[in-house]
Design a protein around this ligand. Structure first.
Ligand code: OSB
Ligand code: MG
Length: 368
């Protein structure tokens, strides 16, 4: 497979509903799409870096810069036996996993298309449907939160994750357990707590949550070991797991019992698969996280979620929850039982809508 050219496009997409976390509030996404030409075929990937460096160190600007000035020059014109060889070429750049994943996942899509098979089959996936949960942002009032949860349960979603932050968490879970005593419920703190908050976090043990996601610092494995020792509720790590080695350390140290895998955070599909396999060997279930992706990233997430150890519902949901109009056809839809049917057409299985994409493109770089 010869890597011929890369087209980067930055698109702007307004969210249907603003999304608030403990670290940010997002109303409009600035997303970089990567289109890789490989042996005459186009593969598509998405950069999941945010508009700000508050989730991880990358943002849309750094990703554009790294992709254009470092990653593509290291890839251009190269001959690969398969997409799984792309990572080794990207490795000399330290960090910048979301930029790496954008182009790496595009090459995977291209390989699947060249082989005329669905991407999920190329990866070794085993599911024809994936289980979906939702991630609900912080709301202004508990009534608004309860209304949002009711709506998502009505749409069929199998588990509810809510964003929490200090001072809001107990009223939030108390209210939801009062209104919805039996649902699969979990919370995501996005690193808003410190080790000293253990007594507060222990109070969450009373609400039989599926897990608490990333309570402590984005790179604080050791702190999570302390908290997990003293908590009955499983800790799920998100931000902390940015490599295979971090996953190994987290498991070995006992920093978590569950891992959220995000393609961007770990640097693409090869690394995601390696971490998936490692977790499977150690009996650690994984699920697919989301980064408010457009349809391209969403399609990549669906393919990854077909791997066997993605045994818990993920944050990959219907296009319409985010966008008035997505950039792919068909849009991603969720069935009444809260699952997404995995496409059977080649590659990511959804077609990028070039007309729609060019109408919302604010800058483009054609790299050959
Ligand atoms: O922590 O999982 C997270 C969105 C942006 C940044 C971090 C996170 C999230 C989400 C949204 O939870 C998941 C989705 O795409 O619906
Ligand atoms: Mg998270």
């Amino acid at each position: 497979m010869r890597l011929q050219s890369l087209t980067l496009r930055e698109i702007h997409l307004k969210l249907v509903t603003p999304f608030e976390t403990s670290f940010d509030r997002t109303t409009e996404r600035r997303i970089i799409l990567a289109e890789a030409r490989v042996d005459g075929v186009s593969g598509w990937g998405e950069c999941t870096a945010g508009e700000t460096p508050f989730y991880n160190p990358e943002d849309t600007e750094t990703s554009w810069h790294i992709l254009k000035n470092f990653l593509w020059p290291m890839l251009k014109g190269k001959e690969l036996a398969s997409a799984s060889d792309a990572w080794a070429l990207l490795e000399p750049v330290r960090g910048h996993n979301m930029a790496k994943a954008a182009v790496e996942t595009a090459i995977w899509d291209a390989e699947a298309k060249l082989k005329n098979i669905p991407l999920w089959k190329l990866l070794g996936g085993t599911r024809s449907e994936i289980a979906c949960g939702v991630s609900i942002g912080i709301k202004d009032s508990l009534d608004e939160l309860a209304t949002a949860v009711k709506k998502e349960l009505g749409a069929g979603y199998q588990r509810i994750k809510i964003k929490i932050k200090p001072g809001k968490e107990l009223p939030q879970v108390q209210r939801l357990r009062r209104d919805f005593p039996r649902i699969k419920l979990m919370v995501d703190a996005n690193s808003a707590y410190r080790k000293e908050d253990l007594p507060l976090l222990k109070q969450l043990d009373g609400f039989y949550l599926m897990m608490v996601e990333q309570p402590l610092g984005w790179d604080d494995l050791f702190g999570h070991v302390e908290i997990q020792k003293n908590l009955q509720t499983p800790i799920c790590l998100d931000e902390c797991i940015h490599s295979y080695e971090h996953a190994e350390a987290a498991i070995e140290l006992g920093a978590c019992k569950i891992i959220n895998i995000k393609l961007g955070r770990v640097g693409g599909l090869l690394q995601a698969k390696r971490i998936h396999d490692l977790c499977q060997t150690h009996g650690i279930p994984v699920w697919c996280g989301g980064m408010l992706e457009s349809g391209i990233g969403r399609a990549q997430n669906i393919a990854m979620s077909t791997l066997p150890n993605f045994s818990l519902p993920g944050d990959v949901t219907a296009s319409r929850r985010y966008w008035h109009e997505d950039v792919i056809a068909p849009e991603v839809t969720v069935k009444p039982q809260g699952t997404i049917e995995v496409p059977t057409t080649p590659g990511i299985g959804f077609t990028p809508r070039l007309d729609r994409i060019s109408s919302i493109t604010v800058r483009q770089a054609q790299l050959a």
